[in-house]
Design a protein around this ligand. Structure first.
Ligand SMILES: [Zn+2]
Length: 154
């Protein structure tokens, strides 16, 4: 599992690479963090990887209390090149918001609940990432239609 290092600039290196693997995920995290979350310090080791192919759980961030490491997992479904990069970025940025707010991170917890009253949406907006939210909303609408059709066939 690749480890995130905020001092190592991967995004430039991997921009031209179209294959979506764990290193590509790391380059997206690096891109988002250095451009949109520069004020957020990295306080512990953070890992990112593709998990299993989950239809409904697109991303998650977990904190291991014993080793003080954070783990971001992204659904293997997003390896599919037909899914816009903005949708993957949105999922990573969402988890990064949790980290910033002290959920699954060593930081001070800023809210009672991780999704308290639209805090994620607001955080993304304040960081000029509404284009990701827009791309996500557009995609999730189509995706829900596809799921509905699939369910009809079962
Ligand atoms: Zn969340």
């Amino acid at each position: 599992m690749p480890i995130f290092d905020s001092s190592f600039k991967l995004s430039k290196l991997r921009e031209g690479n179209s294959r979506r693997d764990d290193i590509w995920l790391l380059s997206r995290l690096d891109h988002l963090w250095s451009n949109f979350f520069p004020d957020v310090t990295q306080d512990n080791p953070i890992f990112i990887k593709f998990g299993r192919h989950s239809k409904f759980r697109l991303g998650s961030i977990k904190f291991d209390k014993r080793n003080k490491k954070s783990y971001i997992t992204i659904t293997a479904m997003f390896k599919d090149m037909s899914i816009p990069v903005e949708v993957v970025d949105h999922t990573i940025a969402h988890e990064l918001c949790h980290y910033t707010h002290g959920f699954s991170s060593p930081k001070r917890q800023m809210h009672k609940y991780p999704h308290h009253g639209g805090v994620i949406r607001r955080e993304l907006e304040e960081r000029d990432l509404h284009h990701l939210s827009r791309a996500y909303r557009k995609w999730i609408k189509q995706y829900r239609e596809i799921l509905k059709k699939q369910q009809g066939n079962w």
